[in-house]
Design a protein around this ligand. Structure first.
Ligand code: AMP
Ligand code: MG
Length: 357
């Protein structure tokens, strides 16, 4: 079984993607401030570390070092609280929930669960945080990829239903033994919300990249909009377009991020339809969602991917509390009205762009 090109270099690629996108983002900020490489501007604090299975970097303006340190320690704390594999930690709440089918969790995990379950409901289960048994079965956790048999998927299907994950304040429990929960589709967005909370009144502006989920806090120090790159699905180390924005959280789900090619020659991505247990294959290559809430942007980037283009447009018209950019395999870009004027194709890209209203 081959691992698809996108996956083979995933870890390095992810880091590279972050670095290049961030470099692109920061280039204009640096120019605007006439700052050189490794700026000595005392008003700028840089931050980079690994957490949440990705590379996290940030530039903060008008902030103290302790704010930068707090961001790093809080993200690392959240990461360990949400880990599905950390058997050792004292605060490994999600690991314990999956092991015992019930657990008392921290305030952050409770709040993330509350928002996630609401988004599972509002997307009619296109986002389903209990999809983890399928994720494991396809080998996305062990990296021992396989195409499960139809009977195995049918066996697991009753375990996947967010309505059987019950929250009562800080207690989470499952109605069925064997259920497992994973916040992977929402966690980086929630972390971006948490970072925004830390930055409030502590920084004048900031750009934070959590492995492709970007918090554009305020405007650039020169008062102009931030420019965020939208990854090219065919080469995620490059970007196919840029989005100008301020005070937004931008999340992208891409089928290229984690995938493998099975013995049948088909490529299977890590985004799974919770109603079938099968990776989504609907012509979408990536979904970027822009909103005021990181949890919403991240959750919807995954959910709209599952819904498909028509479902995503319908959900947009019914809710309108976010914008999206959907890229499809036939080189079309569907861009909602709220960001249509802010989105620009990069040189050399020839997507046909459609405005969604
Ligand atoms: P994202 O990159 O935000 O789209 O999150 C994708 C990750 O969420 C995958 O790697 C899985 O661990 C998990 N996942 C896949 N499909 C779903 C789904 N339909 N609902 C919730 N989580 C999912
Ligand atoms: Mg997501």
């Amino acid at each position: 079984m081959n691992i698809c090109a996108g996956f083979r270099k995933r870890y390095k690629m992810k880091k590279l993607t972050s670095i290049i996108v961030v470099a692109a983002l920061f280039a204009s900020a640096l120019c605007a401030c006439s700052l050189g490489k490794g700026s000595s501007d005392p008003d700028e604090k840089s931050l980079s570390f690994e957490a949440m299975d990705t590379f996290i970097s940030a530039k903060l303006y008008g902030a103290e070092q302790e704010t930068a340190d707090k961001i790093e320690s809080e993200i690392k704390r959240l990461d360990s609280e949400l880990s599905v594999v950390n058997a050792e930690g004292e605060n490994n709440y999600v690991y314990r929930l999956n092991r015992d089918s019930s657990a008392k969790v921290s305030d952050d995990v409770a709040e993330l669960a509350r928002q996630s379950l609401e988004l599972c409901e509002s997307t009619n289960g296109a986002l389903d945080v209990t999809v983890y048994p399928f994720i494991e079965e396809w080998g996305f956790v062990s990296k021992d990829y396989k195409i499960p048999s139809k009977s195995r998927l049918a066996q697991l299907l009753p375990l996947v239903d967010y309505r059987n994950a019950v929250q009562s304040g800080s207690k989470l429990s499952f109605k069925k033994d064997g259920m497992k929960l994973d916040f992977g589709a929402v966690a980086k967005g929630y972390a971006a919300d948490m970072v925004r909370g830390i930055l409030k009144d502590k920084a004048s502006s900031a750009i934070v990249n959590l492995g492709g989920t970007v918090l554009a806090y305020g405007k650039k120090p020169d008062g102009s909009q931030w420019r965020v790159g939208v990854a090219d699905p065919d080469n995620s180390a490059s970007y196919m377009g840029t989005l100008s924005c301020a005070d937004k959280i931008i999340a992208t789900s891409g089928s290229y991020e984690r995938c493998f090619t099975g013995d049948d020659g088909k490529t299977y991505s890590h985004i799974i339809d919770p109603k079938t247990g099968i990776p989504v294959d609907n012509g979408i290559l990536s979904v970027t969602v822009i909103s005021n809430s990181g949890a919403r942007s991240d959750a919807l980037s995954t959910a709209l991917f599952v819904m498909g283009k028509d479902g995503a447009e319908k959900y947009y018209r019914e809710n309108k509390n976010f914008d999206f950019i959907i890229l499809t395999a036939d080189k079309k870009a569907y861009v909602t009205a709220g960001v249509y004027d802010d989105f620009k194709l990069a040189d050399g890209y020839d997507y046909e762009i459609f405005k969604v209203e």
